[in-house]
Design a protein around this ligand. Structure first.
Ligand code: SAM
Length: 329
């Protein structure tokens, strides 16, 4: 059986948040005062969910949070996930999204355990600005060391996620272009979405795909790279062939029609969209002793009703029932 929703989209991409704790308090994500809000499950519970979902056609699993590297035992968890097999006998692709603060030490063990790819979030490439955004002093050097250790471990290409806010860090665009070329990483700019704790989002604050391309092109000409149908990022290479950037533009160029994702929150709720206004309590069913068959039935029914699209910027937009850090980005 494969997971398909009522709009004919095939679902093969799973994100699991393994904690909603975070050691950074990025100004566009957190209030700075709120902490963790939801429970964490033992890894064996996420593993059971992942096993059932891989049996239903999931081929890619991304671990996220909160900050996933705060969870002890993540290396063993990756190694257990790496033993799962898709219907055609392959290991699922395993990826990680992290702020990179604790990555330097653990990049090689994660790679050895079966991690395929890592995405590191960085919203500035100068140490002072980085500290202002994360509200943690001296993080930049640790994150840079994490990026370099990941490349060295063969987690290639390392991707860097950067969220731009007008008037705050959009002057970093060209610096990120240089960073992509010098550090041999793929920098991906993500348009800011209304998923923050502080509700500061306005359409004006979003730095759009068109603006990013235009600014970057003043530095060096860009050539668009053909992208897969289900790929969320528009990809560009610099015209001299050195360095790649991508732009994920859910606000100005939504890609809901190609969405192939579902999410599990740290407390075991199934979410079918970042902007869902409710979630589905998979863990409660497990806790009550449901068999794999019952869980499968539940998942199939929930996924069928996946939302058609988000409504960012439309009149009457209803905010998601959780903010990004408590969903898993
Ligand atoms: N702690 C990990 C990290 O920093 O990558 C994983 C969780 S974090 C919530 C995942 C990603 O979501 C980060 O790249 C972050 O910049 C991004 N993010 C957070 N809030 C966002 C928002 N409102 N719009 C777009 N991206 C957001």
């Amino acid at each position: 059986m494969k997971l398909t929703d009522n709009f004919g989209r095939s679902i093969h991409d799973l994100r699991i948040s393994i904690t909603d704790r975070c050691n950074y308090r990025c100004v566009y994500c957190r209030t700075g005062t709120n902490g963790a809000a939801y429970a964490e499950l033992p890894f064996e519970d996420y593993l059971r969910m992942a096993r059932i979902l891989v049996g239903l056609g999931i081929t890619k699993i991304r671990l996220t949070g909160g900050e996933p590297l705060l969870r002890k035992g993540i290396v063993e968890f990756v190694s257990d996930l790496a033993k799962l097999r898709t219907a055609d006998g392959k290991k699922p692709e395993i990826a990680l999204t992290t702020n990179g603060h604790l990555l330097a030490e653990i990049a090689q063990p994660l790679k050895d355990a079966g991690l395929d790819r890592v995405t590191v979030s960085m919203d500035a490439v100068d140490p002072e600005r980085f500290a202002r955004i994360t509200r943690v002093p001296n993080g930049y050097e640790s994150v840079l060391a994490g990026v370099r250790a990941s490349r060295q471990a063969g987690l290639d290409p390392v991707k860097i996620n950067c969220v731009l806010l007008r008037g705050f860090n959009e002057d970093q665009i060209v610096n990120f272009g240089k960073f992509a070329r010098e550090e041999r990483v793929v920098v991906r700019f993500i348009e800011f979405m209304p998923l923050e704790e502080d509700r500061v989002w306005t359409p004006e604050i979003v730095v759009t795909l068109d603006e990013i391309v235009s600014r970057m092109s003043e530095y060096l000409p860009l050539e668009e790279i053909a992208h897969e149908h289900s790929e969320t990022a528009r990809r560009y290479r610099f015209s001299d062939g050195v360095g790649e950037i991508g732009i994920i533009a859910p606000v100005s160029h939504p890609f809901c029609g190609h969405c192939s994702r579902i999410r599990i929150t740290s407390d075991g709720k199934l979410r079918t969209c970042l902007f869902s206004v409710w979630d589905h309590d998979l863990h409660e069913l497990m806790r009550r002793g449901a068999t794999d068959e019952k869980l499968t039935e539940f998942i199939v029914k929930v996924v069928e009703k996946k939302e058609e699209r988000h409504h960012i910027g439309e009149p009457g937009f209803v905010p998601a029932s959780r903010t990004m850090v408590h969903i898993g980005g």
